[in-house]
Design a protein around this ligand. Structure first.
Ligand SMILES: [Zn+2]
Length: 280
């Protein structure tokens, strides 16, 4: 059974890049007769805002991006069991931000400072295995990356807050997710997450990285790109069909004005790889 998920983060309003990735997740799950979960990714409680969460829910419903089931939000979950399972590969890191930003060779623990020091407090890092890894992305094809380019990921911050790196993988494993669909800015980072999946004793999911959508200024969409937000488009009189006629061509389905119309034409490998740059 295919299990996909929509996993919005309630720190920013829904923009066209989110819509593109969520549409790919929706179409992928529906096309294969799978289930689709909704999970609110509010592990970083310092950034989550209730009014933003409500606007995300409203925008998803307005677009017809419906899930079959809502699973536990991240802020209500216990990540201690996952950390216990990962314990043989965890170590404490006491690097300061300045130390972390020094350009040191890839693949040297937390850049060589703490991996074998036996610190008893500090941030908790996950020790990556050496060497390049391969995986297949359903849109981008075979990929080969060295996860250590990124350095050992922090799973728990120095202040005790569980990081997104740990939460997203532990949740997907706990929720039985088989399909991970998201923006292509995370394509290379997949290698790091595969190691976490494996260390948690779970078979890694199918991966699909949707085109990244950039503002007219070439930058990742953010609050400053107001017109690329679904709420702003709706306020300006757009209908869901108007949004879909913009977004679905990015997934290789031009001319469709609803998800239902797009579904029979879904092909995970079709369409541009991106990035897509919005017109001015
Ligand atoms: Zn360190």
């Amino acid at each position: 059974m295919i299990v996909g998920r929509l996993a919005p983060t309630p720190s920013g309003r829904l923009h066209l890049g989110n819509v593109c990735a969520f549409a790919a997740a929706w179409l992928s799950a529906r096309a294969d007769g799978g289930r689709l979960l909704l999970r609110i990714e509010d592990v970083d409680v310092t950034r989550a805002r209730p009014e933003v969460e409500q606007s995300l829910r409203d925008d998803l419903a307005w677009l017809g991006l419906t899930a079959d089931e809502e699973v536990a939000r991240q802020s209500s979950r216990d990540y201690a069991p996952a950390l216990a399972r990962l314990a043989p590969r965890l170590y404490r890191c006491q690097c300061t931000r300045a130390m972390r930003e020094q350009p040191l060779p890839a693949g040297a623990g937390c850049q060589g400072h703490c991996v074998d020091r036996g610190h008893t407090d500090g941030a908790i890092r996950f020790r990556l295995d050496a060497g390049p890894m391969t995986f297949v992305d359903r849109r981008w094809g075979p990929q080969r990356t060295d996860p250590r380019t990124f350095g050992d990921p922090i799973l728990v911050r120095r202040d005790g807050l569980v990081s997104y790196n740990l939460a997203v993988v532990a949740d997907d494993v706990a929720d039985g997710v088989t399909d991970v669909v998201r923006g292509s800015d995370l394509l290379e980072y997949t290698a790091v997450q595969i190691q976490l999946w494996q260390a948690l004793g779970a078979p890694p999911p199918r991966w699909l990285h949707a085109p990244l959508v950039l503002g007219a200024d070439g930058k990742k969409l953010s609050k400053s790109h107001g017109s690329a937000h679904v709420g702003a488009m709706r306020d300006a009189g757009a209908t869901p069909a108007d949004v879909w006629r913009v977004v679905l061509p990015w997934l290789g389905i031009p001319g469709a004005s609803s998800l239902a119309e797009a579904l029979p034409r879904w092909d995970p490998a079709a369409g541009p790889r991106g990035p897509i740059t919005l017109p001015r």
